[in-house]
Design a protein around this ligand. Structure first.
Ligand code: F6P
Length: 539
């Protein structure tokens, strides 16, 4: 069964929301709080170790009612069902979308073309576990008989960002192995990593779903050539492993078939860290922690699939985001984790969210006349407070923000933790209430400075409190955003699981690369032509 195909702007709910927007757009949240003492309680979802307070949003009960009606009218429930039952919901590529199967219990039944994929999924998981244990325990050795000390993950996009973000986020749980990530085709990236490596004790994990990606193959070849300066060809089997769907190309590269960790075309690149793409995660933090990450994601899957929409965390977050994107015309959203461990989280989500929902054609193939994908950005607090918060507080743009904080610090330094969390709470309070002219005047501010010190407030935020950063809670958090992406794609009536937009640049780059060696090239617009000639002169 295909996904429902409904133009959201033609639903009753959308029309109601348009009218309703006119009556609520000027409402001040602080007045809504004053009128309803139970507002925070009413707009909070407490699930497992997650506590989501979405009361600091420019919504009323009526707004929520229409947003939930919108979800019903676009048949979100049916769409969720289609996704989890392995239907070909990635219709433009003719594929199912089943990253949820990767983190499901063994006894589950996820069918692709009528065949349960769980036995295959678990066979690969067992291979990841055995391999991880051998490397971590030092039983698996390099070509000179020494145990591995360093892991190099070679991949890009979904084959890099997910593992890199999770390894960084779970640093606290890391073992003795040092992990490196090489992604950019910029040779300076790989060469800086090479400086830190000893070929005798380095394991290379080449991750590419297609095994055709220019960046990954270039970096893998450069590392192989560097490795072969000290080792012989036979040593490649000990030091290079691959994660891919394209087994033939992996073998052609010279990697032993036994060293291939398969994945499947029903796992999208940006949703693949749960598969063998997460091998580097497993190596870095151990298989048990990797498995707990998956278990956390599975709990969020169950919540998303079964919970009523009015208390369903990903659904509520997605609908609020639509409210700002499509009615307030907010263009971007900030993600501000109050944890330095989540330093790479917004970067990771940029691919998930913007590659998935950066689409301007609907599921009928028609151009869209409403806004889709939000622009995502962010950095951890408190650093970001001293960087871009000025614009969120006093700029002209409306930037809804997700604040993510943890109740406990991992190293247990309560002094730092209290300071961190006081900032976490203070920022959303400031964004809500702002500062009035009267308050500024009361501070004995010089008269001519008063306008500059007024904060309008009324800036929307979601606050997500999580008890502690663990592999399991991180798994829940990532899965929460994955489902938010799905809900938004369904409401916007777009296909979230292809990414044709990244292809054109790749094709042109291939053409230009060949032209660097041609004497006379004259087939570009004059700007590109001049730049190309200039580069040839410089290089
Ligand atoms: O950037 C496009 C893209 O196809 C991403 O979706 C994907 O994660 C990345 O390239 C890497 O692809 P691969 O894993 O096939 O090397």
């Amino acid at each position: 069964m295909a996904l429902p195909n409904i133009n959201p702007t033609e639903t009753n709910a959308w029309k109601q929301l348009e009218k309703h927007f006119e009556t609520v757009k000027g409402l001040q949240m602080k007045e809504l709080f004053a009128q309803d003492k139970k507002r925070a309680e009413k707009y909070t979802i407490n699930w497992e170790d997650f506590y989501l307070d979405f009361s600091k949003n420019r919504i009323t009960d009526e707004t929520l009612r229409y947003l939930l009606q919108l979800a019903d009218e676009v048949k979100l429930k049916e769409a969720i069902q289609s996704q989890f039952s392995g239907e070909i919901i990635n219709q433009t590529e003719g594929r199912a979308v089943l990253h949820t199967a990767l983190r499901a219990p063994k006894k589950s039944d996820f069918k692709v073309d009528g065949v349960n994929v769980m036995p295959e999924v678990y066979a690969v998981k067992e291979k990841i576990e055995a391999f991880t244990n051998e490397v971590v325990n030092g039983e698996r050795k390099g070509f000179t008989g020494k145990a591995f000390t360093d892991i190099v993950n070679i991949g890009i996009g979904g084959s890099d960002l997910g593992p890199a973000m999770v390894v960084d986020s779970l640093q606290f749980y890391k073992n003795h192995l040092t992990t490196h990530f090489v992604s950019n085709v910029d040779g300076d990236h790989v060469n800086e990593v090479i400086k830190k490596l000893n070929p005798e004790t380095t394991l290379f994990v080449v991750v590419s779903k297609t095994f055709t990606t220019q960046e990954t193959l270039s970096n893998a070849n450069t590392l192989k050539t560097w490795f072969l300066k000290t080792a012989n060809e036979a040593a490649i089997a000990k030091h290079f492993v691959a994660v891919s769907t394209n087994i033939d190309s992996v073998k052609n590269f010279g990697i032993d078939e036994n060293n291939v960790f398969p994945m499947w075309d029903w796992v999208g690149g940006r949703f693949s860290l749960w598969s063998a793409v997460g091998l580097t995660i497993s190596l870095a933090v151990g298989y048990t922690n990797f498995d707990n990450l998956l278990k956390g994601a599975n709990k969020m899957d169950t919540h998303f699939k079964n919970e009523d929409f009015n208390s369903n965390i990903p659904v509520i977050l997605a609908l609020l985001s639509i409210w700002y994107n499509n009615f307030f015309n907010a263009e971007s959203e900030a993600i501000i984790p109050y944890s330095q461990y989540l330093n790479q989280f917004a970067t990771y989500l940029q691919q998930g969210i913007m590659e998935s929902n950066g689409k301007s054609v609907d599921r009928n193939g028609n151009p869209i006349n409403y806004q889709t994908g939000t622009i995502i950005w962010g950095e951890p607090g408190t650093n970001s407070q001293h960087a871009f918060f000025q614009l969120i507080h006093q700029g002209t743009k409306l930037i809804p923000a997700d604040f993510i904080g943890f109740g406990k610090s991992l190293h247990g330094n309560q002094d730092h933790q209290d300071k961190l969390m006081s900032n976490f709470l203070a920022q959303t309070e400031a964004l809500l209430n702002g500062k009035t002219e009267a308050e500024v005047v009361a501070e004995r501010t010089e008269k001519n400075i008063v306008p500059f010190k007024i904060f309008k407030g009324n800036k929307p935020t979601n606050t997500l409190f999580i008890e502690k950063l663990t592999p399991e809670s991180l798994g829940k958090l990532i899965a929460m955003y994955e489902h938010k992406i799905f809900v938004q794609g369904i409401v916007w009536n777009i296909f979230s699981y292809d990414q044709f937009g990244v292809e054109l640049g790749k094709q042109l780059a291939g053409k230009i690369l060949q032209e660097f060696n041609n004497d006379i090239v004259n087939n570009h617009d004059s700007s590109t032509q001049n730049l190309l000639n200039h580069y040839k002169k410089m290089s």
